[in-house]
Design a protein around this ligand. Structure first.
Ligand code: MLC
Ligand code: AMP
Length: 497
């Protein structure tokens, strides 16, 4: 039977280790057996899930892959959920994706049962799946939809970004070629498994090549440094905030320990930064410490990775390099004209097999995000001496904090439910560690007051922790323009005064 390419490749990687997580080691062969069992259970007595969405909460990588590949092999669309999400956020994702059922692990069973009971959704607990004696799995056309990753943007609710198996393959192959992934690579994973950085750049690329992933429950400096010092990794990928936190930690470590960790970093064959701008000083600082020139690249949930500094050749600080293999990039001016000269800024637009299919159930939003077949990223860049430099985003409503993309509109609409707040404006403020931090300016109901701590405590139930405002200003008179609209740049300025 014809298998999905990622499955075919896993068959050829056989008894190599795919994942190490705590004291568990999983070979490619184990992963194939487990995911076939999971697929048989998800199918129940059907022949094919026929692109039904299956949402899953399984943050441990071994469980995650068992379920993700199980869904794929049963013909479903995999919708990973965030374990940082509040119940409200999970309910939104389950409803919006029209999930047919939910898969989780024993650890999250109680939490998910409560939610699934409320919205009448069937739940499967991974540990309860029995070994199937025989698995009749369907043949899957790789043009079929494979995955939905939720992304926040210029709408008040996150949108589901749909990719097919072919899209995923194109995203993987481009990176495997550009960054010369090898079967003897070993990479740590500590980023969340519901964003493209971890899902494609780390996990999917590693498994495609037969490499090994060492999975950590979360980003923890001590455990990662211990393994780096043991020279456990050849490749490392992280967001700028992580490099900044590592620099701070390394500089306050006793010298004997620091030298071992620095040596572990120095020996790696590739270290990549992305998901947010890497400040040039951080690039230089990391190079001084470790001798490594971080390879900065640029991507987005909708397109995978588009631009990258070279594996071989000059890695220019402050720049994101050139189009990746198979990816076409153009800049469009505000007048809608393609920019062909250097030093003129325009919106980055992307075309190629790496680009997503659609926003789930949002045909107008999908249509609005393409122009003549090119996906409009909303990021502005300029080409200088052959390398692209990202200048910012065209929307003030998108905030990047710690590598997470946040929608100011989503946070505003959630916080407006607070009974004491009559108006609020969310902005991003520049921050050395987080890139940007979320800040809120409020107009309170008459006679009401609210401290930042009180607001943060109230937000716990409705916003994931990284979306919670870190700065608060009560602005009785929100700055408005001639049209009576609040101007966010003016709010940002007030915060910075
Ligand atoms: C947490 N804190 C923040 C914060 N997040 N403060 C300000 N802004 C934020 N965004 C605070 C907490 O409240 C806590 O405070 C302290 O910092 C530590 O919190 P934590 O949750 O323990 O932080 P940590 O685990 O260190 O998380 C940092 C991180 C994480 C960088 C590891 O943010 C992360 O995983 N980011 C990556 C997200 C990602 O994968 N993005 C890729 C998207 S895809 P206190 O007071 O309690 O100590 C994409 C496309 C592409 O972008 O191109 O890749
Ligand atoms: P996401 O939607 O979470 O996939 O985030 C994608 C966004 O992250 C892009 O649209 C950019 O704004 C930002 N981004 C990713 N990589 C970089 C980078 N190297 N430099 C600046 N911004 C980046």
């Amino acid at each position: 039977m014809k298998q999905l390419p990622i499955i075919d490749r896993a068959i050829s990687h056989g008894d190599s280790i795919a994942v190490q997580s705590d004291d568990q080691r999983l070979t490619y062969h184990d992963l194939l057996t487990r995911s076939a069992n999971a697929a048989a259970s998800f199918l129940d007595s059907q022949d094919d899930l026929n692109e039904k969405c299956v949402a899953f909460l399984a943050p441990n990588l071994i469980d995650y892959l068992t379920v993700q590949w199980g869904i794929w092999r049963a013909g479903g669309i995999a919708v990973p959920l965030s374990h940082f999400a509040t119940e409200k956020e999970l309910e939104y994702t389950l409803g919006n994706s029209e999930a047919a059922f939910v898969v989780t692990t024993r650890e999250y069973e109680d939490q998910m049962i409560a939610l699934c009971d409320l919205i009448k959704l069937r739940i499967i607990v991974l540990e309860d799946i029995q070994n199937a004696s025989e698995n009749h799995l369907p043949e899957i056309d790789p043009a079929r939809r494979a995955m939905i990753l939720y992304t926040s943007g210029t709408t008040s609710q996150p949108k589901g970004v749909v990719t097919s198996h072919n899209t995923i393959q194109a995203q993987i192959e481009s990176l495997v070629e550009a960054w010369k992934w090898q079967s003897d690579d070993r990479i740590p994973l500590f980023l969340p498994l519901y964003h493209i950085h971890a899902v494609i750049n780390i996990v999917a690329c590693a498994l495609w090549t037969g490499a090994e992933i060492e999975s950590f429950p979360r980003f923890n400096l001590d455990s990662i440094f211990t393994r780096v010092a043991a020279r456990a990794f050849t490749v490392f990928m992280a967001v700028p905030t992580i490099y900044i936190k590592m620099i701070q930690a390394l500089e306050s470590m006793p010298e004997s320990e620091r030298l071992k960790v620095l040596d572990g970093f120095a020996k790696m064959r590739l270290m990549v930064s992305g998901s947010a701008a890497l400040p040039a000083q951080v690039y230089e600082h990391w190079k001084r410490l470790t001798g490594q020139s971080l390879l900065e690249r640029y991507g987005m949930t909708e397109i995978g990775m588009a631009l990258s500094n070279p594996f071989e050749g000059e890695r220019r600080p402050g720049y994101v390099g050139q189009p990746l293999p198979g990816v076409e990039v153009r800049l469009l001016s505000e007048k809608g004209e393609e920019i062909t000269a250097e030093n003129e800024s325009g919106e980055i637009q992307v075309r190629g097999p790496n680009v997503f299919l659609e926003y789930w159930n949002r045909p107008e939003a999908t249509q609005a995000s393409f122009r003549d077949g090119w996906f409009c990223t909303g990021d502005v860049a300029v080409l200088e001496e052959g390398y692209y430099r990202i200048m910012g985003r065209s929307s003030v409503d998108i905030i990047k904090s710690g590598g997470y993309k946040l929608s100011a509109l989503e946070i505003e609409s959630t916080i407006l439910d607070h009974p004491d707040i009559s108006e609020c404006v969310i902005v991003g403020l520049p921050d050395e560690t987080w890139g940007e931090v979320v800040a809120i300016a409020t107009v309170m109901q008459p006679g009401k007051q609210l401290s930042l701590e009180e607001l943060q405590a109230w937000c716990q139930d409705c916003l994931s922790s990284y979306k919670i405002p870190r700065r608060l200003m009560n602005l009785e008179q929100l700055p408005r323009n001639a049209m009576g609209k609040v101007t966010k740049p003016a709010v940002q300025k007030q915060f910075q005064e």
